[in-house]
Design a protein around this ligand. Structure first.
Ligand code: FES
Length: 106
């Protein structure tokens, strides 16, 4: 797995990403939906596995799931699983932080 730096520090990540506000991240040609929630960062494929909508245009619900804006399917940010398993799991990308910054694993 390659770890790619996406922010220089946690402070810069927090400045760029609002809590519970999905954001599109382009890394090496991949579209990733990046979410900051509860002090953690989550990365899942941006393309909804149901019908292809961009999940970074969606919302985070009270369960911490990303909700697709097109048909409101709901995906767990840790597992990528849709809450009712109506479509394939999303690909998940681990995010880690250390003293050098925030990194996403591809
Ligand atoms: S395209 Fe995402 S729920 Fe249908």
């Amino acid at each position: 797995m390659d770890w790619i730096k996406i922010f220089d520090s946690k402070a810069s990540a927090e400045a760029a990403l609002s809590e519970n506000q999905p954001r599109l991240l382009m890394v090496r040609g991949k579209r990733i939906c990046l979410v900051r929630r509860g002090g953690n960062f989550f990365g899942v494929q941006d393309k909804c596995s149901h019908s292809g909508e961009s999940l970074s245009k969606g919302n985070i619900n009270y369960l911490g799931e990303v909700v697709c804006p097109l048909h409101q399917y709901q995906f767990n940010l840790k597992t990528g699983r849709e809450s009712n398993q109506r479509c394939a799991d999303l690909e998940c990308f681990p995010v880690k932080e250390n003293e050098d910054g925030i990194f996403i694993g591809l």
